[in-house]
Design a protein around this ligand. Structure first.
Ligand code: 3EB
Length: 327
């Protein structure tokens, strides 16, 4: 198997297990794989195949390591890692500051690992944490997280526009701070969205330090080119639009996803990535909205490859967020 593979299937065939770098799975997916796997500790839309599991593969031979809180596997030109750190109980004082510190430490470990393995370029990051919208020590936890990420990226010299990976940052009901990442030997090409202010240029209204991610990343692996579209929401400029209207938020989100796709297709080295070829993870704030979100996104993005799950979005007024991948 050459290059990066992306699979969603009932179970990953054991014959390819030796090529898997890492991936993600729903809470009830069977078994415990030997590769780093980010469990999505979330309620999923009923009817979803509970065995859903995705795996990123690479040519062997693979190297791997598992040390306290950090697990990774890498091949010739790609690395998948997972950092999971428990947090203090919700009533512990200064829990927000602890989150900043943990996030900073997690990202410093991540950058140290990428340097050491000579896989210096971050392609895609999935950030999850509990109580993302909760105020602690006078600041929302997502904003504490952004402080910690910014601390580490600045210290590691990874805070410039050219180095932004695609990313998502979501909240789950309970679980550790969990950061999964895909990195490569070659730099990806970051993509922005002309309808939106770049996240790393958000004004101070959204926290003392901005989120550090690109709207998408285009990355080459072997003969393939992968498009990772970051978590995308109903934001125009830097403002949330359609507050309280989940269907309109879905429509605006889809416009943003398709705009980012269009931007990527202006610079792609392939024939172009088609909207129908995108697979989407859809994060929905209220499980009661699953049916309307599915209907709206099937209409705007096409029906194939929508996996819906409940998560808290990083702004309290956002009801839905979509992330996508294509190759
Ligand atoms: C936004 O556009 C919505 O903090 O890494 C989307 C993707 C969002 C990634 C992150 C946040 C992040 O600002 C939120």
């Amino acid at each position: 198997m050459s290059g990066l593979q992306w699979l969603t299937q009932r179970a990953i065939d054991t014959s390819i297990a030796h090529t898997v770098l890492g991936g993600a799975a729903l809470p009830d997916a069977p078994g415990t794989p030997t590769w780093p796997e980010q469990r999505l500790r979330m309620v999923v839309e009923s009817g979803t195949d509970a065995t859903w599991r995705e795996a990123w593969c690479s040519d062997g031979p693979l190297q791997q390591e598992q040390v306290a809180g950090l697990q990774w596997r890498c091949g010739h030109d790609l690395l998948y890692g997972l950092i999971e750190l428990d947090e203090p109980a919700p009533d512990v004082p200064e829990r927000g500051k602890h989150l900043r510190e943990r996030t900073r430490n997690a990202y410093l470990r991540l950058f140290a690992l990428l340097n050491e393995r000579e896989m210096p370029h971050l392609w895609r990051v999935w950030n999850f944490m509990a109580d993302i919208n909760r105020d602690e020590d006078g600041l929302e936890r997502y904003r504490w997280f952004n402080l910690g990420r910014h601390d580490a990226c600045s210290a590691a010299g990874a805070a410039s526009a050219a180095q932004m990976p695609a990313a998502s940052a979501l909240g789950w009901a309970r679980g550790p701070l969990s950061i999964a990442f895909l990195a490569g030997r070659k730099p990806p090409r970051p993509i922005e969205n002309p309808r939106q202010v770049s996240a790393f240029h958000y004004p101070g209204d959204y926290g003392p330090r901005p989120p550090l991610f690109a709207r998408a990343a285009l990355a080459e692996s072997g003969r393939d080119e992968w498009l990772f579209v970051s978590g995308t929401a109903s934001i125009v400029g830097h403002q949330t639009v359609h507050t309280g209207d989940v269907v309109a938020q879905c429509e605006e989100t889809a416009r943003n996803v398709l705009t980012v796709l269009d931007q990527a297709n202006q610079v792609t080295r392939t024939a172009g990535h088609r909207a129908e070829a995108l697979s989407h993870r859809v994060y929905v704030r209220h499980t009661a909205d699953f049916p309307v979100v599915r209907r709206a996104l099937e209409r705007c993005l096409g029906g194939a490859g929508l996996t819906l799950m409940q998560a808290d979005i990083c702004r309290h007024d956002l009801l839905v967020e979509v992330e996508s991948v294509a190759h």
